[in-house]
Design a protein around this ligand. Sequence first.
Ligand code: ASP
Length: 337
Amino acid sequence: MIYTGGTIGMIENHETGALMPFDFSHISEQVPELKKFNCQISTISFEKPVDSSAIRPEFWVELAKIIEKNHDSYDGFVILHGTDTMSYTASALSFMLENQHKPVILTGSQLPIGTLRTDGKENLISAIEVAATRRNGRPIISEVCIYFEFKLYRGNRTTKLNAENFDAFASFNYPLLAEAGVHIKYNFEFIHSPKHREKLTIHTELDNNVAILKLFPGIKKEVVSAILNSEGLKAVVLETFGAGNAPTDAWFIECLQKSIEKGIIILNITQCKSGSVNMGRYETSVDLLRIGVISGYDITTEAAITKLMFLLGQKLSQNEIIKMLNTSISGEITISE
Ligand code: ASP
């Protein structure tokens, strides 16, 4: 169990009333049930637990290294993490851990674990159960997941959707991997099962020279060009409308085209929560296709931005990056045959 921070371990600051991360002992004291597990649980805590809004790529590297170091000694890993950026961390790890064959389950809560109505206990206990479960001598799960409010999701398909409800996450473009009721029911057909058992490799080079450009009706040229001309920029997630559509104004297409000519990668993803980009279907995306904008298919924003950071960090050629953007690395996109 790796504790990074988040509401699950927070307590109230007496002076301001605001919630702040606390050290790990707070959690273990609050969940005596952990002793009842029929498995051995070791814990590692980040030296300075954080609210997940403060998470940076360096934290992902630290997490990947902890998992690599302990991968052969444990049946599974549970990462306690704030919900705000949990989907980004899950997505990043899904790219950084190659040949993972143990479960890595992220969870957290909307109410601190010390509060009476906390959702943290169920989340934590079931996440441990999932991480420890084996079938025919092998872990059922061998991918990065989020367990939250009775549901197990493929991590890189999730989005935080609700800041209030316990049911905080959704995976619009991929089915649930499991649901917890009286029993935890796994949807085996959607769970990744590794073909070979090669050694885990971690990729710790991430390049954050990336940006997200979200379109809206009336967006100004100054805004678009300020983003596209930011220093060092190497790739942009372009959040378009519907099936990948954008304004057809000449200035807009020219701005994008100039960036692409400079070698900047533009990945087209939809602002819709569900569904996929389909460039060329409407006239409003024909130009994007023509100038070399890449389709993001049905990827989430969280997975798109972390996939770009990961690919740019691998020092690949532009063509190789484009090829990987059209490939599912760890189940983050649906590519129809
Ligand atoms: N702000 C908190 C965090 O993401 C919210 C949570 O944990 O649910 O760390």
